[in-house]
Design a protein around this ligand. Structure first.
Ligand code: F6R
Length: 604
């Protein structure tokens, strides 16, 4: 969704805002804008449609006075991605940027038009600007005006607001959409995500929902949106390394993040394994009481695929039954799980509206809820009773790669935690998990890039790519297809191998490419039968797996290291990610910011 940045401090702010926006570009990228105070104390608003580079061209040579400035990068929801609809929006002295959706926009707009306000955009945001302006005329104070202006607003919002009549002050507030405060040396930031200001400070505080923050170069004060009651501001240092939010020697964040997979696993395991790696500790779960009678995972997209792998892991290592649900479907169904079930939301960003909504419904129905997320302090951590953090570091590429790897490592840890410690399967599996970061590192270090390129070209040349897999390979297949679709825009789909003959095999003819991960050794013979069926109908097949065991077992097109089944998931995922990545780069696509997508989907 959209990205917001606000700055309050003694430096020239336009450069800071633009740089911060470039780190939020992954959130939305159809238009952008900045508002800053010019020499005469007037606010200048500059907006541009298209990529951020267009805005950078428009503000070239402009400087703002030290004090406050705000910026925005948009992913259109209300109104086309034009310059008029780009943020910031203005009403009198009030200028603001917004992320979210105002649900009663039409009613409010009608009311405001009746009172003489005119609109120059189709956005719901302009309604907020007018509401706060109207309140400011009565209150004469920005923070009070924001509180009053928002009192009748329904929906979700994260806002950063400045006022021409109080240049050193910036007010931020959120409900639903995320905002993080940053505390630097005599300067303060507010942004939709930490990487925006990570270069300048690691001291952060997630702004709680329905709390108003007033920022100036002197400090931050907080109060409740409802009644203005003051609250303390407590900043903490995030462990994220600013270099993780830079591309370094890589051409794209996605490529860099694929190669950060091993580190994501290692950091996710850190401190969670006992002496000599003999057992798993997840102290975050202790407050939930005894182990669950059932686990219900809810998630979207790639996180849903991690949940599917989690089900297989937990069911094979522990007695706990598991269901996996797509969050957007789950939230509108009656919930009939066992008493004592845990509903676990998996979300890289911790801000996905559907996953948050699903957990909220589950909590209201009396189930214990757990969050698995990569972002400490994100909305999901507030919604759930317990949080397990993946530690992939900031993921900037829109297509999830290292965060998925970290999610798989975490659900694997969870499976081991729920399993019987004395069981040889659990012991062996733990040993494989512990070994996996080094093995993945070795594998990626020596990965055959020429072969990846050749296969990527083959994928691009195909009319349609079908990814198939059984058992462990099924979630891998649908994840591989998703990666390919989202960044190459090529038609691709994923199916359980056994389902092929119930319909999709009708698509197979020369020119159709099949991609088959072969990590599941138990089901490999059955997968190979499916592959034979495809070959018999003229389809071309790319297989990805460890070397086969017998004469009947074909040598995979892309050979992975021999693995215990689960660590094979890491190697195969990396290959599938690299194939999609290379295919998209060869096709000349914007890999890190694929069209129509946003990194965190904070609307339904
Ligand atoms: C695909 C991708 C998306 C996300 C999905 C959920 O590469 O990144 O499918 O996985 O939007 O996002 P989170 O995990 O932030 O809830």
């Amino acid at each position: 969704m959209c990205g917001i940045i606000g700055y309050a401090g003694p430096r020239e702010p336009v450069g800071i805002v633009l740089e911060a926006l470039s780190r939020l570009e992954y959130r939305g990228y159809d238009s952008s804008g900045v508002a800053f105070f010019g020499k005469e104390g007037k606010i200048s608003v500059v907006r541009a449609s298209g990529k951020l580079s267009r805005l950078a061209e428009s503000v070239q040579g402009m400087t703002g006075s030290p004090g406050t400035a705000i910026g925005h990068i948009r992913w259109a929801t209300h109104g086309a991605p034009t310059e008029e609809n780009a943020h910031p929006h203005r009403s009198g002295p009030i200028v603001l940027v917004h992320n979210g959706i105002i649900e009663n926009e039409r009613t409010l707009r009608r009311e405001l038009v009746g009172q003489g306000y005119s609109f120059s955009s189709e956005t719901d945001t302009e309604v907020l600007a007018h509401l706060i302006h109207r309140a400011y005329r009565e209150e004469g104070d920005l923070a009070r005006a924001v509180r009053k202006g928002l009192s009748g607003v329904e929906g979700s919002y994260a806002l950063a607001v400045v006022c021409e009549e109080s240049p050193g002050e910036l007010v931020a507030v959120r409900k639903g959409a995320p905002l993080i405060l940053g505390e630097g040396e005599g300067e303060f930031f507010v942004a939709s995500d930490v990487p925006a200001f990570l270069k300048w400070t690691r001291r952060v505080m997630p702004l709680p929902p329905e709390v108003v923050a007033t920022l100036s170069s002197k400090g931050v004060s907080l109060c409740r949106l409802s009644d203005g009651l003051g609250l303390p501001a407590v900043f903490e240092e995030v462990p994220w390394d600013p270099v993780q939010a830079e591309k370094g020697q890589y051409r794209h964040f996605m490529e860099k993040e694929i190669f950060e997979g091993p580190r994501a696993i290692m950091d996710t395991l850190e401190g969670r394994l006992g002496e000599e790696n003999s057992r798993v500790f997840l102290p975050e779960l202790v407050r939930l009481g005894p182990n669950p009678t059932e686990i219900v995972f809810v998630a979207c997209g790639t996180s849903y695929h991690a949940a599917l792998l989690g089900r297989l892991m937990i069911e094979s290592l522990s007695p706990v039954p598991v269901r996996v649900e797509i969050a957007s479907e789950f939230r509108y169904r009656p919930l009939r799980f066992r008493r004592g079930a845990w509903v676990i939301g998996i979300s890289q960003s911790g801000e996905t509206a559907d996953t948050l909504g699903a957990l909220e419904v589950a909590r209201k129905e009396g189930y214990l809820t757990v969050a698995i997320t990569n972002v400490g302090g994100s909305s999901i951590t507030r919604e759930a009773e317990a949080t397990l953090l993946t530690r992939a570091g900031p993921e900037i590429g829109v297509a999830s790669t290292k965060a998925f790897i970290a999610q798989v490592a975490l659900v694997w840890l969870l499976a081991l935690y729920l399993g019987r410690r004395e069981s040889p399967d659990v012991r062996d599996s733990l040993a494989a998990l512990v070994r996996s970061p080094a093995r993945m590192e070795g594998f990626l270090g020596a990965v055959d890039r020429d072969l990846i390129d050749r296969l990527s070209r083959q994928i691009l040349a195909a009319r349609f790519a079908i990814f198939i897999g059984r058992g462990i390979d099924y979630p891998l297949a649908i994840e591989g297809a998703l990666k390919l679709k989202e960044i190459t825009y090529r038609p691709a789909d994923g199916y359980p191998g056994g389902e092929l003959k119930h319909g999709p095999i009708a698509l197979v003819e020369p020119g159709v490419l099949i991609v088959a991960p072969l990590v599941d050794t138990r089901l490999r013979p059955k997968e190979i039968s499916n592959i034979r069926e495809i070959e018999a109908r003229g389809g071309t097949v790319i297989t990805i797996g460890p070397p086969g065991s017998g004469a009947e077992d074909p040598v995979p097109t892309f050979i992975l290291p021999v693995s215990s089944e689960w660590d094979g998931v890491f190697y195969a995922s990396a290959v599938l990610q690299l194939l999609a990545y290379r295919a998209a780069s060869i096709a000349g696509n914007d890999v890190d910011q694929p069209r129509n997508l946003a990194k965190s989907v904070t609307v339904e």
